[in-house]
Ligand binder design. Structure first.
Ligand SMILES: Cc1cc2nc3c(=O)[nH]c(=O)nc-3n(C[C@H](O)[C@H](O)[C@H](O)COP(=O)(O)OP(=O)(O)OC[C@H]3O[C@@H](n4cnc5c(N)ncnc54)[C@H](O)[C@@H]3O)c2cc1C
Length: 504
């Protein structure tokens, strides 16, 4: 039985909405979460994507870095985030660059083989030493009221300020590294989920890089045990246990700045009033609910989920596929390849050699596979393709999806010793276990404007001092999702910050 008034009505039950609900309910506030779909979690969910196949894939987001340990501890979340032994593997001809977190000598030997000396590894250590230092300093501030630009500058120090916050990352990478492969590996963190030229003075790629290297003070990208659904499930449990009401199948139709929220569920249309409304939906959706037309952002990725009957063979006999695919496996993501793909996509064409990266969750956490699949040696494989902007899929969504998938698999096969198609598991109906999601698919099925994975382009982690970065033009309406300042990714940070804006 719903009440008619709440202290907070949260529009959307994505992981950030759940974080906000949990903090507010634990502080004794009456909270209602309204979620359009039949389940919570938004883009942080697990799904059995292939009928009859017992594999719970993280359908959209798949690795966790930005979720602060403080949020996990505050909310008593029962989740495990497992560190990957191998950071990355990048095939180069018949060899490849292996970054092994557990064996510095092996990493050094791999750098020497691929780059022909020690200079690139030294440059790599200097660069990531600098980002590690920034991570330690900046991560704790993400859960505090905003610092202004000057305070952020003195916090990170002059070298990091210049190279991460002021100069285009493309220019910095070209200056600090000489090898095209190494340059590309560094640049991918600046381009994941972001359609940008890293040399652009607008610095969008810099902002993307920053959020990819500061997560929880380490920048590590960890595997959520049980898949992303386990993270959202733990958050929903925490919110409910604290007394938050969560209504699924409840689509918000309109939001009034006075605090009134109209929604529709299976029983019809209703209104509730919140002293505050917390919008977990993207800013463009909030604008529509308020009766405005905001600008629609543009996402640029192809997500492919696969279940494999076995791991593909590599061209490099010196590396075990289980090592190569447990970290991030870079596919045609050299600096020049990234630039070419960006130019082709900007000109309205699907890149001829799409840059992409894959990893196999089940190598680090087999718990997402049923016992039979585990025994048979099956694995999940997640592919994230870059430079696939929504504009390429508007005219002919199905045809363009097919073309993008074909080009992406060909790109992957070009660096393997056998086609990945030969390794796909077949579902009981004989179909291969593979699904592809374009930005337009995400717009249609997940209600994500433009398919932008961060709700809108990422923003700098500083701003008007004393504010939380969640404020809107209306006093009673706050953002609590990825579109807030310091939002984006599976972090819970904007959910926490919106709750703190109410509680402090
Ligand atoms: C393919 C893909 C891969 C990604 N990979 C990663 C990754 O590995 N790591 C990472 O950190 N991040 C990743 N991201 C980004 C990350 O998933 C998102 O930025 C983050 O999950 C957003 O969380 P949120 O709670 O703010 O919003 P969302 O998860 O978008 O939740 C918003 C919720 O609002 C609901 N909603 C929408 N409209 C209405 C309405 N009218 N009424 C009621 N409810 C409504 C939606 O159904 C949804 O549940 C990825 C995203 C995608 C798409």
């Amino acid at each position: 039985m719903l009440r008619s008034r709440y202290e907070a009505v949260i529009v959307g039950g994505g992981h950030n909405g759940l974080v906000a609900a949990a903090y507010l309910a634990r502080a004794g506030r009456r909270v209602l979460v309204l979620e359009r779909l039949g389940h919570v979690g938004g883009l942080a969910v697990s799904a059995r994507a292939f009928p009859g196949v017992d594999a719970r894939l993280s359908r959209y987001s798949y690795l966790v870095s930005l979720l602060p340990s403080k949020v996990v501890a505050d909310l008593g979340l029962r989740i495990a985030l497992r560190r990957r032994r191998y950071a990355s593997y990048t095939p180069v001809g018949d060899t490849g660059l292996l970054v092994d977190n557990g064996d510095a000598a092996r990493t050094a030997a791999s750098f020497a083989r691929v780059t022909g000396g020690t200079g690139e590894l030294e440059a790599w250590r200097r660069f990531y030493g600098m980002t590690a230092d920034v991570a330690e300093r900046v991560a704790p501030t993400l859960l505090e009221p905003l610092a202004d630009r000057t305070a952020m500058r003195s916090l990170v120090g002059e070298e990091a300020w210049r190279d991460l916050f002021e100069r285009p990352v493309g220019e910095v990478v070209d200056e600090r590294f000489a090898d095209d492969t190494v340059r590309g590996v560094v640049l991918t963190d600046a381009l994941i989920g972001t359609f940008a030229d890293p040399s652009d003075p607008g610095l969008l790629a810099n902002r993307c890089l920053l959020y990819h290297v500061i997560g929880d003070g380490t920048g590590d990208w960890n595997v959520p045990v049980g898949g992303m659904g386990a993270v959202s499930g733990a958050l929903a449990d925490a919110a409910r246990a604290a007394g938050a009401e969560i209504l699924t199948g409840a689509e918000v139709l309109a939001v009034d700045p006075s605090g009134e929220v109209a929604f529709r569920d299976a029983d019809g249309e209703h209104t509730v009033t919140g002293e505050r409304i917390l919008a977990n939906v993207p800013p463009a959706v909030l604008a529509r609910l308020l009766g405005d037309a905001g600008p629609v952002p543009e996402g640029a990725q192809l997500k492919v989920n696969m279940v494999l009957s076995r791991l593909p063979r590599l061209r490099d006999p010196g590396v075990d596929p289980a090592a190569a695919f447990s970290g991030t496996f870079h596919i045609n993501e050299g600096r020049d390849q990234l630039a070419r793909a960006y130019a082709e996509a900007s000109a309205g064409r699907i890149p001829s050699l799409p840059p992409a990266e894959v990893y196999c969750h089940s190598l680090t956490d087999p718990s997402i596979l049923g016992p039979e699949l585990r025994e048979a040696g099956a694995h999940t494989m997640t592919l994230f393709g870059l430079h696939m902007p929504a504009r390429l899929f508007r005219e002919d969504p199905a045809g363009a999806r097919e073309a993008a998938l074909r080009a992406t698999l060909a790109s992957m096969n070009a660096v393997l010793a056998e086609p990945v198609e030969d390794c796909l598991l077949r579902a009981p109906d004989g179909s291969p276990c593979l699904e592809a999601k374009t930005p337009v698919d995400l717009e249609t099925e997940a209600g994500l404007p433009g398919g932008h994975i961060f709700h809108r382009d990422l923003s700098w982690p500083y701003g008007e001092p004393g504010r939380w970065g969640v404020e809107t033009a209306f006093e009673r309406v706050l953002l609590c999702g990825a579109g807030a300042r310091r939002g984006g990714g599976v972090s819970g940070i904007p959910g926490h910050n919106a709750a703190m804006a109410l509680l402090t």
